[in-house]
Write a protein that binds this ligand. Structure first.
Ligand code: IPM
Ligand code: MG
Length: 359
């Protein structure tokens, strides 16, 4: 297969983890005789520095020729001035919106090898296997109006939590389709006891559920879902929720996997182009040191091969190689290792496991 992959390293640890992930792409291409072509483009803070635009026209143009996009991370203290007129995160949001990426899939697996890396008790997280489906192009992140003004009562800031029924329906329907290939349980998370948008969310989710008699639907309020994620995480199969709730709950869920550095994601939507990225962000505190965990990005490569290129065997081989590397003791610093591997060292451990498996 020939495929064009746009690489968006971005900021912070982004360039380090994306170059580690590229080694994995190359190894898969060699072993399975694919021809992957890379097109590296700017996004985020570095794009602001070089062009003044966090999602420059050249990057947008590259999407036209792409089969899939792999993103590192955006943002960092350099661009954090609250008064700045343009921010790195705007590049990421514009990317999601312009490509219509309304669903963000964040699988959370508790690896047996990492059960002791989590601050949660082993017996509580053993066997955790859930898929968080986060709505990605609506809600507070995009709602209008948003403003700041000075009133006689003081400075006033407004964000808007807005959903239209079709936006809820398409992401909940996707959650049901994904649940059909799993344990057939969908937990729809909302705040229907307070928010009007959540009452609409629940209504639509119930309606979608009625068309899927073979799949169980439960509703849960976001505050109690946050608690249940750490008290009884094994009960979850597919969680579907609005943008901001999903952002918060997925960082919380990463604790189940031992580290934020383990969680990949896939953003899918209206078009055929998917964007794949680790959920951890730019991690400015460790950027440039070569110590970031590349596994979330490597697992994002697996999701890319599966969802955008239909290469299931290749995707599964990467996931198996990660498990094997962990079993062999490979650990980066975030996983609580005494003698941690570097970013490159961890990628090489995964490569070694890939190479040792039968093609
Ligand atoms: C994420 C991140 C982003 C988000 C930031 C960087 C804008 O936290 O992908 O979870 O809030 O969506
Ligand atoms: Mg987040």
């Amino acid at each position: 297969m020939q495929a064009n992959i746009v690489l968006l390293p971005g900021d912070g640890v982004g360039p380090e983890i994306v170059s580690a992930a590229k080694l994995i792409f190359d190894a898969v291409a060699r072993r399975h005789h694919h021809d992957f072509r890379y097109d590296e483009q700017l996004i985020g803070g570095i794009a602001i520095d070089e062009t003044g635009d966090p999602l420059p026209p050249a990057t947008r143009a590259a999407f036209e020729r792409a089969d899939a996009v792999l993103l590192g991370a955006v943002g960092g203290p350099r661009w954090d001035d609250p008064k700045a007129s343009v921010r790195p995160e705007q590049g990421l949001l514009a990317l999601r919106k312009s490509l219509g990426l309304y669903a963000n899939l964040r699988p959370v697996t508790a690896y047996d090898e990492l059960l002791d890396a989590s601050p949660l008790r082993r017996e509580r997280i053993e066997g955790v296997d859930m898929l968080m489906v986060r709505e990605l192009t609506g809600g507070l992140y995009f709602g209008e109006p948003r403003s700041r003004s000075t009133t006689p009562q003081g400075v006033r800031a407004v964000d808007t939590l807005e959903y239209t029924d079709f936006e809820v329906r398409r992401v909940v329907e996707l959650a049901f389709r994904l649940a059909a290939g799993r344990r057939r349980l969908v937990t729809s998370v909302d705040k229907a006891n307070v928010l009007e948008s959540s009452r609409l969310w629940r209504e639509v989710a119930t309606d979608v559920g009625a068309a899927h008699a073979d799949i169980t639907l439960e509703h849960q309020l976001v505050d109690s879902a946050a608690m249940r994620l750490v008290t009884a995480p094994k009960e979850f199969d597919v969680i579907v929720t609005e943008n901001m709730f999903g952002d918060i709950l997925s960082d919380e869920a990463s604790v189940l996997a031992g580290s934020l550095g383990m969680l990949p994601s896939a953003s899918l939507g209206e078009g055929t182009l998917g964007v794949y990225e680790p959920i951890h962000g730019s991690a400015p505190d460790i950027a440039g040191k070569g110590v970031a965990n590349p596994v979330a990005t490597i697992l994002s490569v697996a999701m890319l091969l599966r969802h955008s290129l239909g290469l299931e065997a290749e995707a599964a081989s990467i996931e198996a190689a990660v498990t094997q590397a962990l079993a062999a003791g490979a650990r980066t610093a975030d996983l609580g290792a005494e003698r941690p591997l570097s970013t490159l060292g961890m990628a090489e451990a995964v490569l070694a496991a890939l190479d040792s498996a039968a093609p």
